[in-house]
Design a protein around this ligand. Structure first.
Ligand SMILES: *Cc1c(COP(=O)(O)O)cnc(C)c1O
Ligand SMILES: [Zn+2]
Length: 425
């Protein structure tokens, strides 16, 4: 495993103060973090990563939520609505049915705006304030816009969101609207929205808070840290595998970075790093294609379609960070059909865990990998569910029981119940 990070503090202005800098993952060039706005490398346009002179161990963490992990973050406090500290649910029936030793569901839908995007925004919006920028912006399949609108408002900043027209679940648009974002509905898919917002950002029109922004991914590292601490506390051991839905592959990259930093700090053995296992929808699976072909680069899919709108993405921007994460941890990637996703959404709901379609992809993928023997029956597994059921009420209604019309009197209701009129699946 090549889990090493360069820990030499570079001599760039601004770094000496707090031991935080930005480093290009392609050419290694370094930059001061809070002097100028930049999203990619000045030299080669490669992706940037936040680096630290001092990396924390588990003993350095205290408190609750994302800011428990402040020593692993670029700032000591953020714009917060108490994000993180999400539940790690037991799902005994599903665990037995899938056939693994341990299955826990890390339900990120339990964050303040109902998705893990809050973890990135509490850090990203604080960095935006540190940089002194005016307007915030993102392209979004929905949840990023909801989180940006909420955290931008809390931070007293103006927000602009670009959404693919007609392809964003109702709950998410409602959130962005009420949290006071300007919503631009683009006649194109998510990837087209991101192309446009990147250009707006390059022209200085807005500060970009998509997962291309390296600071956002720092906040999302805390998902991995919470999962490790949760398993350690409950089982005295870390999980063997983490299965997660993949869109832009920001979480895959963020979790990999969290684990590399713990290894670097001596807090985690290399052999203890969980296998990162990505799941995409069949109609939007460029990462799976790259993993299956052993490719170093991901081919952009121009046409993408899936019921799991949150992962309806054909050009995963974090692929250069995430592909090594899947490979170096011994993980894999798999595609699942929309029907498999809906079935997994029902399986989770039957355990009382309500998730949106994209989230259920993790469980659908695990089931498939277990059935094919790629996942062993003695594994301890965490599945990440990324967003709440209420985000996409239309998908929930379509996947669940039909309401049954009854008369407005008890006799009529009893007659209906006795009539054996069951609801349609
Ligand atoms: C954003 C999002 C994803 C995709 O996450 P990436 O980090 O971009 O791979 C998956 N599920 C939901 C619900 C999301 O909102
Ligand atoms: Zn570079």
């Amino acid at each position: 495993m090549s889990l090493s990070l360069s820990a030499d503090r570079p001599t760039v202005p601004g770094v000496a103060d707090d031991g935080v800098w930005l480093e290009c993952i392609a050419c290694g060039d370094t930059f001061a973090p809070f002097e100028d706005v930049r999203y990619t490398c000045d030299e080669c346009d490669g992706l940037l990563e936040v680096r630290y002179a001092d990396l924390p161990t588990f003993e350095d963490f205290s408190g609750r939520g994302v800011w428990r992990y402040a020593d692993a973050l670029p700032l000591s406090e953020g714009v917060t609505t108490q994000e993180g500290a999400t539940p790690l649910y037991e799902v005994p029936r599903l665990e037995a049915d899938v056939g693994v030793e341990t299955l826990r569901i890390k339900h990120e839908g339990m964050n303040p705006t109902g998705s893990f995007k809050d973890r990135g925004m509490t850090v990203g919006v604080a960095v935006a304030q540190e940089l002194g920028v005016g307007r915030l912006a993102c392209a979004s399949t929905g949840n990023t816009s909801a989180a940006l609108a909420a955290y931008g408002s809390r931070g007293g900043m103006e927000t602009l969101v670009l959404l693919p027209a007609g392809k964003v679940a109702a709950g998410k648009v409602g959130q962005a609207a009420l949290h006071d974002a300007r919503i631009l509905e683009v006649d194109g898919n998510f990837d087209a929205c991101l192309d446009i917002v990147r250009e707006l950002a390059e022209r200085g029109e807005a500060y970009l808070l998509n997962s291309l922004n390296p600071f956002r991914l720092e906040g999302q590292k805390t998902i991995g840290l919470e999962i490790l601490e949760g398993f350690r506390d409950d089982y005295g051991a870390f999980p063997d595998r983490i299965v997660l839905p993949v869109g832009n592959a920001g979480n895959t990259a963020a979790l990999y970075k969290a684990f590399r930093e713990l290894v670097q700090a001596g807090a985690l053995e290399e052999r203890e790093v969980p296998k990162l296992t990505g799941v995409q929808a069949e109609g939007a699976a460029p990462m799976v294609e790259a993993v299956e072909n052993g490719a170093d680069e991901v081919r952009r899919w121009e046409e993408v379609e899936t019921r799991a709108t949150a992962i309806r993405i054909g050009n995963p921007v974090n692929a250069p960070k995430a592909l090594p994460g899947i490979r170096e941890t011994g993980g894999t990637a798999i595609a699942v059909s929309d029907d498999e996703i809906t079935e997994a959404q029902r399986d989770l709901a039957a355990e009382g865990v309500g998730v949106e379609p994209a989230s259920a992809a993790s469980v659908a993928g695990l089931r498939k990998l277990r059935a094919s023997g790629i996942v062993d029956d003695d594994e301890r597994v965490a599945c990440l569910t990324t967003g709440h059921l209420l985000k996409d009420p239309d998908a929930a209604a379509a996947a669940g029981n039909e309401p049954e019309p009854v008369p407005a009197d008890t006799g009529g209701v009893l007659a209906h119940l006795e009539g054996g009129n069951t609801s349609a699946q």
